[in-house]
Design a protein around this ligand. Structure first.
Ligand code: KIV
Ligand code: ZN
Length: 386
């Protein structure tokens, strides 16, 4: 089995479903080109039958990118597949992503159907999509809650029908990492033709476990991860691309890799955030404003002695120009001295102690002490010294 993990980016489909995140076609094309430059393997460009705008976006993205597979989502319905096939006409590498609910909850309460009928419809959809001449990925929606034996039966049947990729989504973000990993392992142990397809993981973040579940899926044999920039997506979002790329880069022990050019991560994160009007939370891993910012005295002192004391990623590796030290009432003398030196002022010994006492008075009044405040403090020290 290969160690390469295919990155399937669904920022423009699952991500774009978020209220307020809708993009115009030309904006989607800009993001798609950036995703191509970032090194993703597949771009899910939209759900062509859902609206004329989505159809057009899939058409234009198919024309605009060449080194990446372009994918269109469908339900297991003839019209959906016909429209997706048409939208992908210009794609150098096109993929139809079709599927149906696989859990009993979905089968009973969404489709008012039976396992047998769902299996039959899924198999039919894969064969119909395959006949259009594209790669076919099948999604077993809500696989995280599906009966495992049935999920295995369905997986085997759609692979037999010609599916190139089978997506095992934790649609509701329900699974715990060790159990999601076991689900994937179960499929490898029970689906006899599993080596004929790539198994894909698509996790939602309702319990904050999307990234952990994705990693559990990959370490149990899945070779495609479905992700979005900044983790945007339905409800609490999807697994974030930047987290998966950097986990695999930092944890060489996992012996898995992607083609992501990590130094482009920060730029695309900012682009998606501003185009979608979706701010990135400051404490977001990898791309949040505080991800490389140190604020407590103990951490600042350790960081200034040796960055690796408190950083497991070099900010340059994700395109962040440098780490930052934020000066607050929790900061220590080392950070204050360091910042003053950057501003051209050297303080040592007793002078530094006095400066620090004055600094704390300002810091208790303000959330953050900025360079202007420090220059005033330095000027006051000079007056005192006269
Ligand atoms: O979460 C999900 O199950 C999906 C499918 C359409 C793949 O987004
Ligand atoms: Zn989803």
């Amino acid at each position: 089995m290969t160690n390469k993990i295919q990155i399937f980016d669904t920022t423009l489909r699952d991500g774009e479903q978020v209220p307020g995140c809708q993009l115009k076609t030309h904006e989607k094309v800009i993001i798609a080109k950036e995703l191509e430059a970032l090194g993703v393997d597949v771009i899910e460009a939209g759900f062509p039958i859902s609206s004329p705008g989505d159809f057009l976006s899939v058409v234009e993205i198919s024309k605009a990118v060449k080194n990446v597979t372009v994918c269109g989502l469908t339900r297991s319905k003839k019209d959906d597949i016909d429209v997706a096939a048409e939208a992908l006409h210009h794609a150098k590498h096109g993929r139809i992503h079709t599927g149906i609910g696989s859990s009993d909850v979905h089968i009973k309460h969404k489709f008012k159907s039976s396992r047998e009928q769902v299996l039959e419809q899924g198999v039919w959809a894969v064969k119909y999509a395959k006949a259009k001449g594209y790669e076919v990925e099948f999604f077993a929606e809500d696989a995280g809650r599906a009966d495992l034996a049935f999920l295995a039966q369905l997986t085997e049947a759609v692979i037999e029908a010609g599916a190139d990729v089978v997506n095992i989504p934790d649609t509701t973000g329900y699974c715990l990492p060790h159990l999601y990993g076991k689900r994937i392992q179960y499929l490898f142990d029970h689906v006899k033709n599993i080596d004929k397809a790539v198994i894909s993981v698509h996790c939602h973040n309702d319990l904050g476990l999307a990234t952990a579940n994705t990693i559990a899926g990959l370490t149990n044999g899945a070779r495609q991860a479905e992700v979005t920039i900044n983790g945007i997506g339905e409800r609490a979002g999807n697994t974030s691309l930047e987290e998966i790329a950097m986990i695999l880069q930092v944890h060489k022990d996992l012996d898995l890799y992607t083609n992501i050019k990590s130094e482009r991560i920060f730029e695309i994160s900012q682009l998606v955030s501003s185009m979608m009007h979706m701010p990135v939370q400051p404490n977001k891993a990898i791309v949040g404003a505080n991800a490389f910012s140190h604020s407590s005295g103990i951490h600042q002192d350790g960081f200034l002695k040796h960055a690796e004391n408190y950083e497991i990623i070099n900010p340059a590796d994700v395109g962040v120009s440098n780490s930052s030290i934020v000066l607050t009432a929790r900061s220590g003398r080392a950070a204050l001295k360091h910042r003053m030196e950057l501003l051209g002022h050297k303080f040592e010994g007793e002078e530094l102690n006095t400066l620090y006492e004055n600094f704390l008075l300002v810091a208790d009044e303000k959330k953050e002490v900025v360079n202007n405040d420090l220059l005033v403090l330095a000027a006051n020290m000079l007056v005192l010294a006269r």
